[in-house]
Design a protein around this ligand. Structure first.
Ligand SMILES: Cc1cc2nc3c(=O)[nH]c(=O)nc-3n(C[C@H](O)[C@H](O)[C@H](O)COP(=O)(O)OP(=O)(O)OC[C@H]3O[C@@H](n4cnc5c(N)ncnc54)[C@H](O)[C@@H]3O)c2cc1C
Ligand code: FES
Length: 266
């Protein structure tokens, strides 16, 4: 079996916007294998607290000089004990990382002209790497981004550099249009055979994307976030109901076809 547990040095860990951090670590074996949509499972603390690893999408493989060829980045929001410990990590600290895990996004089928990435908050994380993989392939790339407020909105320069058109909505209207990301769905040209959607974010957002996709008969994929324990398909703690029975988010997902997964609403 290929080695998936790696001891990695933190290269940098900085605020990306008021609410999000970007953590870069050196992990050449992960970088070599990872594909957009896959995740890493990180032991945040050194003792028993928190006991479980925490999953994070691989966000970006930074370009740059010789050293950067080994680097892997995640984007995260400090929401609880695990992510708060991560936020305290400094250059040179060591991280215990499993990865890459899970299934990646598949590339759009033939004939697709418009690719729309729909992100809620930190759900934008895997789309940096995905848009890197899609750029220059002739797609009309669009990012619809919904954040809670100004603090959750980051500089969209990296997406724009990939040729993405970016539209933003915030719950309180402090940036972009007021409302959930679904208020931006009118930016999508609803030509089913030519459009492909990718969505990542909270469950209600994923559910609204599913409704929209079904109504317009548009295909795509969603990345599901489920609380995880082992991350390896052994404990079944992350199971979700799909069209073909229960599947694990960590091994069968986190990426599923848009119609495959039943999103349990909180
Ligand atoms: C495949 C996958 C990829 C992910 N990618 C990212 C990422 O790129 N960046 C990022 O910031 N977060 C990501 N998450 C969510 C991240 O794992 C949680 O935010 C993290 O585990 C929180 O740990 P904590 O100890 O800080 O907080 P906890 O105390 O564990 O949780 C704090 C709050 O977040 C909720 N929560 C915890 N885990 C999840 C989860 N998996 N889904 C939804 N709500 C959760 C809890 O219910 C609680 O309300 C991902 C989750 C999955 C399953
Ligand atoms: S977290 Fe254990 S099976 Fe998915």
């Amino acid at each position: 079996m290929a080695k998936i547990q790696h001891v990695c040095q933190v290269v940098s860990n900085e605020k990306f916007c008021p609410k999000f951090y970007r953590l870069c670590f050196a992990a050449e074996p992960i970088r070599r294998k990872v594909r957009p949509g896959q995740f890493v499972h990180i032991r945040a603390g050194e003792g028993l607290e928190p006991f479980l690893r925490r999953p994070f999408s691989v966000s970006r493989l930074p370009a740059g000089g010789h050293g950067a060829k080994k680097h892997v980045e995640i984007l995260y929001e400090a929401v609880g004990p695990g992510t708060r410990i991560l936020a305290s990590k400094k250059k040179g600290d060591v991280l215990d990382v499993l990865g890459p895990l899970g299934t990646p996004f598949r590339m759009p089928p033939q004939g697709i002209k418009q690719v729309v990435m729909i992100a809620g908050g930190i759900g934008a994380a895997p789309f940096f790497m995905l848009s890197d993989a899609l750029k220059g392939k002739g797609y009309n790339l669009i990012l619809l981004y919904g954040g809670r407020s100004r603090g959750h909105v980051f500089n969209m320069r990296e997406f724009k550099r990939q040729g993405c058109k970016v539209y933003t909505a915030t719950d309180d209207g402090s940036v972009g249009v007021r409302g959930r990301v679904s208020v931006l769905f009118d930016k999508i040209k609803t030509a089913p055979a030519a459009t492909f959607l990718y969505a990542c974010g909270p469950r209600p957002m994923i559910a609204s994307v599913q409704v929209f996709a079904r109504r317009h008969n548009i295909g795509g994929q969603v990345s599901c976030e489920e609380t995880m324990a082992c991350g390896l398909g052994a404990c079944l703690g992350c199971s979700v109901l799909t069209a073909s029975g229960y599947k694990t988010v960590c091994c069968d997902g986190p990426v599923f076809d848009i119609d495959e997964v039943e999103i349990p609403l909180p």
